[in-house]
Design a protein around this ligand. Structure first.
Ligand code: SF4
Length: 380
């Protein structure tokens, strides 16, 4: 089938085969963008771009996995190794409440010093202090670490975490779900089958999950296609069996500036990012929402992404430490005003959402933009 026919097929809502998805990577960017945007307009409110007010909290930087692409982790003996106390975490949540947010995305290293009860007590403590707080926390890698530590299976661990107050398991740690790519970048990193096994267990329990992808390890279209089709198959399975699939798809580029992969992995250009995003929108026919990534490529590329298949501007984050430690775009958070300004500037109507993409409100963009940018206070 010719390239343009494949685009027509995707726009018509038909499922693309592996060979067809692979062929999309050879098409010119403007054609891909037009088709991806058309699909986006059909699947989500064409006028609206959503965003979330939330805060990232990295509860510990101690990690034994030692991924070569990570500049965030420390060994427990390093001077700047830390584990936050429950009180320190609560202070960060208070700051989130002050800006109107009710969701934290809490992740950390795989720290064998922290027993399962530490996580359970933390969740109970936070839910008792902040009953309306939504906690999406821990990656499949952290759950795998807890499996090794406790001898329990992911299902049992996640069930206990859910009982203690966990609402969701963010999809970090996916990168490219092809083991040859993973082994080169981080030999001890969670393998593809374990990532899917743990995400599947979370979805079976009704927990929120997010499908993610990081490009720039030196993988080519073949591996990117395999990653996308793996996510599509898991989404089919989760929707059919549990009626609870991934809430959205998020793509970003590998940051290697301050990592051991510098000079060894190519990273990815804005052009590659936009192309892969458009291909993802066309390949993942069972996903409604696609995030634009401002932390890795900046606000301008994120605005462009809104015409390459994305319908969401991500979240405020308030304190992103992992991507920014590796390089990033020098930005660890965004204010609501910045997000609203960039959505309006790109030609859309901003809507605040929750992690499940339910619209909470349409902020008065005119009023927000008529105010000066608030002075940013140092965070706890
Ligand atoms: S990416 Fe995660 S698992 Fe890998 S070293 Fe960093 S904190 Fe540890």
């Amino acid at each position: 089938m010719k390239g343009m026919d494949v685009l027509e097929k995707a726009v018509a809502g038909e499922r693309l085969s592996e060979a067809e998805v692979l062929s999309l990577f050879d098409l010119p960017l403007p054609e891909l963008a037009a088709a991806a945007h058309e699909v986006r307009l059909k699947k989500t409110d064409p006028e609206v771009v959503t965003f979330l007010i939330d805060r990232n909290i990295n509860y510990t930087n101690v990690c034994t996995v030692a991924c070569a692409f990570c500049a965030f982790y420390r060994t427990k003996r390093q001077k700047d190794a830390y584990t936050l106390s429950y009180e320190e975490i609560a202070r960060k949540v208070e700051e989130l409440y002050q800006v109107g947010g009710r969701r934290i995305l809490m992740q950390g290293g795989v720290n064998p010093e922290l027993p399962l009860v530490w996580y359970l007590d933390l969740l109970r403590y936070l839910k008792s202090r902040f009953p309306d707080l939504r906690i999406d926390a821990f990656s499949p890698e952290e759950i795998l670490g807890l499996e090794r530590l406790t001898g329990l299976r992911a299902e049992a661990i996640l069930e206990k975490l859910k009982e203690a107050g966990l609402d969701g398991l963010p999809g970090a740690g996916a990168e490219i779900l092809v083991d040859e790519v993973r082994l080169k970048a981080a030999p001890a990193r969670i393998r593809t089958a374990d990532w899917y096994r743990i995400v599947d267990a979370a979805q079976a329990l009704g927990l929120y999950t997010l499908a993610t992808m990081v490009i720039g390890f030196g993988e080519g279209p073949k591996e990117r296609t395999a990653h996308l089709l793996g996510l599509r198959a898991q989404q089919d399975r989760a929707l059919e069996r549990y009626e609870n699939g991934f809430a959205a798809f998020a793509l970003w580029t590998l940051q290697v500036e301050h990592t051991r992969l510098k000079g060894k992995a190519p990273g990815a250009t804005a052009h590659e990012y936009l192309k892969t995003l458009a291909v993802a929108r066309l390949a993942l026919d069972n996903f409604a929402h696609f995030q634009a990534s401002w932390p890795t490529l900046g606000f301008k590329v994120a605005q462009a992404a809104l015409y390459y298949g994305a319908d969401d501007f991500g979240s405020t984050m308030l304190e992103e430490n992992v991507v920014s430690a590796a390089g990033g775009h020098g930005r660890t958070h965004a204010t609501v005003r910045q997000i609203v300004r960039h959505i309006v500037d790109a030609g859309f109507k901003p809507a605040e959402r929750d992690p499940l993409y339910r619209i909470l409100r349409y902020p008065d963009a005119e009023a927000i933009l008529s105010e000066p940018e608030p002075v940013e206070l140092p965070l706890a």
